[in-house]
Design a protein around this ligand. Structure first.
Ligand code: ADP
Length: 507
């Protein structure tokens, strides 16, 4: 094929080269006005050097054409090769395309399965959340009555033995409440529902206040309690004071609980510092019973205690360290322990904080003396379906004197009806009630009534402590959220403040 091409081109070149002098010579004879004869041919050929070139044209043209033929042959061959390669590549690509399509189909199927699994997991999470909300509500509601009535009864005329019994009831109720709180807290942490509110904190004030909180228990047990703060520890940090206190109080309460003689020390030192950030090391050191080496990790697990008889001897739920460790981890720290059995333990962790100006610690926000503002008179509506809780509330209001004139509703519907008929200064609204719940009742007041009636403050008074319920309460327009069992001081403070703010807003 290749040679054929070359020869064909060479032959064409030669034929063309031969034809060329055959045309050029007569043309020259005619131009030179010579007669057409053989001698004229010879004359033209010999006198014009151009004819030498024209005469050798067949040779050159033949060679050039042969070369061109060869090249074209090569190009054809190359093209054929390219064709082959393209065909092979195309079939490869088709194959790969097919594989890719299969892969895409596989991935799509996996994605659908994952979405389904995620939906199921979310549904399970919601179910767990609903379960916790309900459980919390169902247990906290009766507990609220138990604790409230116990408190009220302790203030009545009772003999010493009855006082002891009441103390036991109070202790057990508080213990039950602590367990529920711990379980809810841990589930919130695990569900990632914990937000750290970083605000300026005065380090020394915070540490003094946690030490003061455990000092009474420590001195009752005859223990020395000590706070050691390094001189180079900064004055102000940005931290979540509530969470930091929670961690330190848990460690300090454990230290006091598991120490029978000697001391408990909270040591805080500066581990690393730049002008804007400070890493503080917190250590809670005790001279207590210590922890066996093989239990040093297990005690951080949920519901784990070092010994099987710990609850019987010391109480506790086995959740405190699990919660504390997670809270430290959420602040990029690591809660660890070293301990020697019979000699004592050292729980320690480090957290890096942003530094800030030292702040003067605010007064306890709920520390208003009840009756301090004797001029406060308010008509309030309490919507509460639980009989015991209504009686308890009535008693508490009685103790508060004649500041509040209270009407009661046993469900949301009745609350709305009473609210429309009367002029109240404040509504205390339970959230879970039959017929109409507190959310719906509040939403009705906020959206269906006219101003200023619809702007009357509404405080959620509920056994639900889940963040989602709290958020929903604020979304439907509640002004405050108080969880049961509530501290009377806190409720009074929030009622007082809401009424005051509302009255000021009308001026
Ligand atoms: P709780 O104190 O409610 O039992 P924690 O999670 O706080 O639960 O502690 C788990 C266990 O770790 C305790 O039951 C105890 O066995 C052990 N533990 C914690 N702190 C100390 C301590 N300072 N000294 C000795 N043992 C401790």
């Amino acid at each position: 094929m290749k040679n054929n091409q070359t020869y064909t081109y060479a032959l064409c070149g030669i034929i063309f080269g031969v034809c060329f002098p055959l045309i050029a010579t007569p043309f020259d004879i005619w131009m030179s006005e010579l007669p057409f004869s053989w001698s004229s041919v010879v004359q033209v050929q010999t006198t014009q050097p151009l004819h030498w070139i024209i005469d050798t044209a067949p040779l050159f043209l033949g060679l050039i054409a042969a070369y061109a033929g060869k090249k074209q042959g090569e190009i054809r061959q190359h093209n054929a090769m390219l064709d082959q390669i393209v065909r092979e590549k195309t079939s490869d690509l088709l194959e790969q395309n097919q594989l890719l399509q299969e892969e895409v189909e596989h991935r799509t199927k996996t994605e659908i399965a994952l979405i389904k699994a995620r939906d199921e997991a979310e549904e399970a999470k919601h179910a767990e959340e609903r379960f916790l909300a309900n459980m919390s509500h169902e247990i906290r509601t009766p507990l609220n009555s138990m604790l409230g009535f116990t408190r009220l009864m302790m203030d009545t005329d009772i003999d010493q033995q009855q006082g002891e019994y009441l103390k036991s009831i109070k202790y057990s109720s508080n213990h039950l409440l602590a367990i529920i709180n711990d379980i809810l807290e841990l589930s919130k942490i695990k569900a990632g529902q914990i937000d750290f509110e970083l605000l300026p904190v005065n380090v020394r004030d915070l540490l003094n206040s946690v030490i003061n909180t455990v000092a009474i228990n420590a001195s009752n047990k005859g223990l020395d309690i000590e706070l050691e703060i390094g001189d180079d520890v900064v004055q102000g940090i940005k931290a979540d004071a509530v969470r930091m206190s929670q961690i330190l109080l848990n460690l300090l309460n454990n230290a006091v609980k598991f120490t029978n003689q000697g001391s408990v020390k909270l040591r805080v030192s500066n581990s690393k510092a730049t002008p804007s950030r400070s890493t503080l090391k917190f250590e809670v050191i005790d001279t207590g019973i210590g922890i066996p080496a093989d239990k040093l990790e297990a005690i951080f697990d949920d519901f784990k205690q070092a010994e099987s008889n710990t609850t019987r001897l010391y109480g506790g739920t086995g959740l405190g360290l699990a919660i504390s460790r997670k809270l430290v981890e959420l602040q990029d720290g690591n809660l660890q322990v070293t301990s020697t059995l019979g000699e004592g333990s050292n729980f320690f962790f480090e957290i890096a904080f942003d530094c800030c100006e030292a702040v003067v610690e605010a007064e306890d926000p709920f520390n208003i003396k009840i009756h301090e503002d004797s001029t406060l008179r308010a008509k309030i509506l309490l919507a509460e379906d639980n009989d015991m809780n209504r009686v308890l509330a009535e008693k508490i209001f009685e103790v508060w004197g004649d500041s509040f004139d209270v009407d009661f509703a046993i469900n949301g519907k009745e609350a709305v009806e009473l609210f429309v008929e009367n002029d109240y200064d404040l509504v205390l609204m339970d959230l879970q009630m039959p017929i109409m719940d507190g959310f719906t009742a509040c939403e009705f007041i906020r959206t269906q009534l006219d101003s200023p009636k619809r702007d009357i403050p509404i405080i959620a008074l509920t056994a639900d402590v889940l963040a989602s319920e709290r958020k929903r309460a604020f979304q439907v327009g509640m002004n405050e959220y108080v969880t049961k069992p509530f501290k009377p001081q806190e409720l009074y403070f929030k009622m007082f403040k809401s009424i005051q703010d509302y009255r000021e807003s009308l001026i």
